[in-house]
Design a protein around this ligand. Sequence first.
Ligand SMILES: *Cc1c(COP(=O)(O)O)cnc(C)c1O
Length: 354
Amino acid sequence: MSRFWSAIVDGLDPYVPGEQPKLPNLIKLNTNENPYPPSPRVLDALRSEAGDALRLYPDPNSDALKQTIAAYHGLESAQVFVGNGSDEVLAHVFMALLKKPAPLLFPNISYSFYPVYCGLYEIDYREVPLRADYRIDPSDYCGPCGGIILPNPNAPTGIALPLSKIETLLSEHPDSVIVIDEAYVDFGADSAIALIKRYPNLLVVQTLSKSRSLAGLRVGFACGHADLITALERVKNSFNSYPLGRLAQKGAIAAFADEDYFQHTRRAIIASREQLCTELQELGFSVLPSTANFIFAAHPKHDASKLAAALRERQIIVRHFRKPRIDQHLRITIGTPQQCEALVGALREICGDD
Ligand SMILES: *Cc1c(COP(=O)(O)O)cnc(C)c1O
């Protein structure tokens, strides 16, 4: 605490992102980055934008990118909002749509940035426990609330909620905004974007960081009824007129133009995930059913934090959360087939004798 700080700063409990170690030769399976490079078309687009044009401010409204995303998902431009990563989009969502007198609801095991935004914007919230099998049950979200936000598939469990259950939430809460954070949807779950036409209270948030290998470019977006998007634009234009640079806008447009590359890489990750699940189960792990680019696994005989430390000694980094109910699990990002093989080899050594 410093006497120069604004009063709110001392009480903040900031989000701690997964480690980004500076060491070379690490097998980095801790922050759900895509193991494949961005599409070559994205890299070409970035190179051609890296010139004199950088003198000039970018389009403050990212109109061409919004049109690209709208066309890709069968929406109007006015139903699309873009931001500097979906974390920034989410920050504006909390401020613009979820700061209400009644508490916001989200799962108690979920993206740990949600309570952080609530702290920043002084939003009242209630965490709803997952069921014993780590699933979200819509019936636990009954009754009045200021809104609901959940990742689908959920993080860090990887478990997806079927669209029919999201529809239950939408129709039971017609006067609240329901936000579905689809950071991992492209790895096997169904997108709720299909429901936007029928539910004006639905906002779907996606990112190019995971399924399009562009975590370093920082592009995320939200889709929903134009009224919801207008609220987001009002907050954004009270915060930063130019959140997306020229490179981000051009690169993101190019990513949506390379559908073959997107399909090819996402299918490769799904196939690696299924194989890794089987191999970990053979080593005695229990693995939650994942539709994400990570798995959430626990071993009945090996402490998770010790496993993470033993993997680290072998230059493999995974994510371990020191949190009740999940402190015996590891969240492991799906890497390339070679990286998955190295992981299984290391775990076989570590867990070998039982
Ligand atoms: C990774 C992630 C995000 C943030 O993604 P960025 O677009 O890189 O900011 C949002 N929500 C969830 C659940 C995530 O896992």
